[in-house]
Write a protein that binds this ligand. Structure first.
Ligand code: CMC
Length: 429
């Protein structure tokens, strides 16, 4: 008997089973053999929200939630935020290694030369009302792109996959900028491939035909770092959706439309918008204790607090807090920062939050920065989408090329009624 195994005794039958253990994990399917009656389906695991279930093996992102560690392909997030760029990080996530000088130049060229949208797409944006949520527009724009690039459904072809990566990373900022320009009733600015990735995005949002127009380099740099911090986070809700839809061999645009829809939720990427709403509601640092009491009574959750994985601190929140002050040097301070700092201090001294290991997460400060940069709150999750895109694509590519993977198809425990006969409506009581 291997010592890398568990011996499971089924107390219902007295039978023993040996189940191999690898990476502190057992294969759920090894439990299937455990049954009382040979006609029975066999034993399963029950794990709502996949709290303790590994759905894949991955070599992309490492998180140690207890120690507050986040690494992309082995590189600490702090080093990447300090020294790298978003496009270099995107390359790292997708190919597994940092590029050399030529590879980086080629990669940047390809992405910045796939930034234009098919002109038909402009009609899509115009179909929306001025106050449409830009995440709804983003989700439908992704589905629209799937209809334009039909070869994308050939997901088993590596060259075709890479082409879609260029297109998605190149075009998403243009989609985001067009959503914004439509809502403010301004003409679209077409992409400028001579600019950096974040710089071109800010240009498309803001340019109004001024002479000597320049994107502020501090703001472009801050946005680039924010994108790096959001670039991947292993098997979160939206990434799991990307893998799940991708496992059916849907094209990556359709899979990303689903991933973006998951991100939209306020318990996921929609939290940054909810944080700013919450801080506005609190209004002043002096109102923090009353607000926190209401959270403790269970009236609502403190948005931007808590994380499924981080139970010590979120390393991204630390980096973001510093960026906030760089941005305020350019934009002037955001009064909400005082409320946020007071809220953080108060919560971190309160046993409710300490005992549940609830700390500020990435969304706690990001919304305040975006607001200082004059982004309307409903654009915040769109910014998260731009940042997360390379992570979704890296995880999707890894899933497609992993021979262990198969179509996502969880089981259920059926607790409904047993078989019964149909009763015509006239005969029902
Ligand atoms: N405020 C107050 N109480 C909370 C919070 C919060 N933000 N988060 C968790 N709790 C409590 C929860 O009520 C529960 O208490 P009890 O044990 O008494 O029932 C306990 O802490 C554990 O909560 P949980 O829901 O089992 O924890 P989870 O790991 O399933 O949820 C979470 C993680 C992020 C969904 C949750 O912390 C949350 O809703 N936070 C607010 C939304 C938010 O900021 N989301 C952004 C997450 S980071 C970026 C991203 O992933 O997109």
């Amino acid at each position: 008997m291997s010592n890398q195994s568990f011996t499971i005794t089924d107390n219902r039958t007295g039978k023993q089973y040996e189940v191999p253990v690898e990476y502190s994990t057992i294969k759920a399917k090894d439990l299937r053999q455990i049954k009382v009656d040979p006609e029975e389906f066999g034993t399963m695991t029950y794990d709502p929200g996949y709290d303790n279930t590994a759905s894949c093996k991955s070599a992309i992102t490492f998180i140690d939630g207890d120690k507050g560690i986040l690494r992309y392909r082995g590189y600490p997030i702090e080093q990447l935020a300090e020294q790298s760029t978003f496009l270099e990080v995107a390359y790292l996530l997708i190919f597994g290694e940092l590029p050399n000088k030529e590879q980086l130049a080629q990669w940047e060229f390809e992405i910045m030369h796939h930034t234009f949208l098919h002109e038909n797409m402009t009609q899509l944006f115009h179909a929306y009302r001025y106050d449409a949520h830009p995440m709804g527009m983003m989700i439908s724009a992704l589905a629209f792109m799937s209809t334009l690039h039909k070869e994308a459904s050939n997901v088993e072809n590596a060259d075709i996959r890479l082409k879609q990566v260029y297109r998605i990373l190149g075009k998403l900022p243009t989609v985001a900028a067009f959503c914004y320009r439509h809502r403010i009733g301004r003409p679209f600015n077409y992409p400028n491939a001579d600019m950096g990735y974040a710089e071109n995005f800010l240009y498309m949002l803001d340019y109004m035909y001024q002479t000597n127009y320049e994107v502020n380099p501090v703001l472009a740099k801050a946005l680039d770092v924010l994108f790096i911090l959001h670039a991947d986070h292993e098997q979160n809700a939206s990434t799991s959706v990307m893998r799940s839809i991708g496992s059916a061999y849907a094209d990556p645009y359709s899979a990303m439309a689903g991933a973006a829809a998951a991100l939209f939720g306020p318990r996921h990427g929609g939290a940054n918008e909810a944080v700013v709403k919450m801080l506005n509601e609190i209004g002043d640092a002096k109102n923090v204790p009353i607000y926190v009491d209401r959270v403790k009574k269970g009236e609502f959750r403190l948005m931007g607090f808590g994380h499924r994985v981080y139970k010590n601190y979120d390393p991204r929140a630390k980096i973001i807090k510093k960026i906030a002050y760089d941005v305020f040097d350019v934009t002037g301070t955001n009064p909400l920062i005082d409320v946020a700092v007071a809220l953080e201090q108060h919560a971190l001294e309160d046993d409710y939050f300490v005992s549940r290991k609830l700390y500020p997460n990435v969304d706690f400060y990001s919304g305040i920065i975006y607001q200082a940069m004059r982004f309307p709150p409903d654009m915040f999750t769109v910014l998260f989408t731009l940042g997360r895109a390379p992570g979704w694509l890296a995880q999707w590519s890894e899933m497609i090329t992993d021979s262990d993977q198969k179509i996502a198809r969880p089981r259920q425990i059926y607790l409904g009624t047993d078989e019964r006969n149909y009763v015509p409506v006239a005969e029902r009581g």
